[in-house]
Design a protein around this ligand. Structure first.
Ligand SMILES: Nc1ncnc2c1ncn2[C@@H]1O[C@H](COP(=O)(O)OP(=O)(O)OP(=O)(O)O)[C@@H](O)[C@H]1O
Ligand SMILES: [Mg+2]
Length: 440
């Protein structure tokens, strides 16, 4: 266990039993204890007096002793934390969750808030809301990772292809029962009770990504797609029935139950993500942009702090202007504004193998493994370039890699491509465009 995870775990111990987190000075003290440094050394490496560090250590060790019900000292602290943490073995199934390969910036307030809700308040139902590309999936994955050791089971499921409730419940119950329960009772409420049974028995964290897929598209927010109303029963039950688990979901639209149940006295919470603030500038710099702070601020505002837009625009600036923000801001492209225009521009720049993969993924919709992509490219004699093509699409922020070794398009890109595929297809049917779909 490394220091970061040890701090996470200790934080959870304190939150669980003392209803508080480590303070900044306690985290520093804990680091000294973990690395077997003297308080004197810790003081020299920081701005704190030795006496202040000693006081913080004494309070921390006292509270930890109460939390674990045995005397914790500077000497035995690391051993106790390691021993306790190793007893908690979490069974994890990250499903199609994206692998976090990009630098992650900011969101410290939101992460702390989620940690407090999940570990401290034991919230049962939490929704992460916000527009496409704002960072809901990335934050949910990070939060899930931070709190996973507190759970016996962690499960991630994407609702992007709108699975019928029954299919999803069967999948969850099978996993949580260790595949001893394979069939669910026929009625929805009885099937939901089976899931609740496992959520009561053990602490499970379930993450549903892309929950907007089960909502009706259109002007009226907060309605389920026809045939998906029974999801309301599931969310209502998870928010109100007694159990020890947590459902975290990401959605572009609020679900009706969440609006009805959300409130300080209920274990139901919701966070609306807005654009990144200063973290956006960090992100731009990490991608390789150079510019004075006011230019970076302009670019951030232009993209409304949306990390996906920032990434795509920043990658274009790196490729086209050698990373010089000022040159981009002077040019025509700056006036493009809308993400659709930026995406179209990116698409126009793709090489043939990249286009083939992007169209193929848009048509398939489900993540494709490397060997599936290889099979697809074989007849076109493009396999040689596969790794380079994948790398290039990743560096353009168009491709997402999933935990189970699949590749898929970013959601916003998937939607854009779906529209684009339909346009290309109708042009081909009208006969005024070369048959690209012969290759895709
Ligand atoms: N805080 C962040 N720092 C750096 N990159 C981020 C951050 N948040 C998100 N990203 C990146 O921005 C892109 C979009 O993020 P993400 O997929 O989480 O958005 P989303 O809100 O889930 O969008 P959608 O509604 O389309 O599913 C991803 O490439 C992700 O890695
Ligand atoms: Mg998402």
């Amino acid at each position: 266990m490394d220091l970061e995870r040890a701090i996470d775990y200790t934080n959870r111990l304190l939150l669980g039993s003392r209803q508080r987190s480590l303070t900044a000075i306690e985290a520093l003290t804990f680091k000294a204890i973990w690395l077997d440094l003297s308080y004197q050394d810790a003081s020299q490496n920081s701005n704190y007096e030795v006496a202040t560090i000693k006081n913080a250590a004494s309070r921390l060790l006292q509270d930890l002793s109460k939390a674990v019900d045995q005397r914790v000292s500077k000497k035995n602290c690391k051993g106790i934390v390691l021993a306790l943490a190793s007893q908690v073995e979490t069974q994890v199934d990250w499903g199609n969750a994206p692998i976090d390969m990009q630098p992650f910036c900011g969101r410290t307030v939101e992460l702390a808030q989620l940690q407090q809700w999940i570990l401290g308040d034991r919230a049962k139902l939490i929704s992460l809301l916000g527009t496409g590309g704002i960072g809901k999936t990335a934050l949910a994955a990070r939060a899930g990772d931070h709190v996973s050791a507190d759970f016996a089971f962690v499960l991630w499921r994407s609702l992007r292809e709108a699975p019928p409730l029954r299919e999803l419940l069967t999948d969850l119950v099978q996993f949580l029962s260790g595949f001893t329960e394979i069939e669910l009772p026929p009625m929805d409420d009885r099937a939901i009770s089976r899931l609740l049974h496992y959520l009561q028995q053990q602490r499970c964290l379930i993450i549903f990504d892309n929950a907007e897929a089960i909502m009706a598209a259109g002007d009226y927010a907060g309605q389920y797609r026809p045939g998906y109303e029974n999801y309301g029963l599931l969310f209502g039950a998870i928010g109100t029935v007694r159990h020890q688990s947590c459902l975290l979901l990401t959605s572009r639209e609020p679900l009706p139950e969440l609006m009805e149940l959300a409130g300080v006295d209920l274990p139901v919470r919701s966070i609306s993500l807005t654009g990144l603030d200063h973290a956006a500038n960090q992100l731009l710099e990490k991608i390789g942009l150079q510019g004075v702070p006011s230019d970076l601020d302009r670019l951030r505002d232009h993209c409304q702090g949306n990390p996906l837009y920032l990434r795509i625009v920043a990658n274009t600036i790196v490729q086209t202007f050698n990373g010089k923000v000022a040159q981009f801001l002077q040019g025509d492209q700056y006036t493009y504004g809308k993400i659709a225009a930026v995406l179209q521009q990116q698409l126009d720049r793709l090489t043939i193998p990249e286009k083939v993969i992007v169209y193929h993924l848009a048509i398939k919709r489900e993540p494709q493994t490397r060997s599936q992509l290889e099979q697809h490219l074989q007849p076109l004699d493009l396999v040689r370039d596969l790794d380079q093509t994948i790398n290039s699409l990743q560096s353009r922020s168009l491709l997402e890699t999933t935990q189970n070794e699949g590749f898929t398009l970013q959601n916003v890109v998937m939607e854009f491509m779906t529209t684009s595929v339909l346009q290309v297809l109708s042009a081909e049917i009208r006969g005024d465009r070369a048959a690209f779909f012969l290759t895709a």
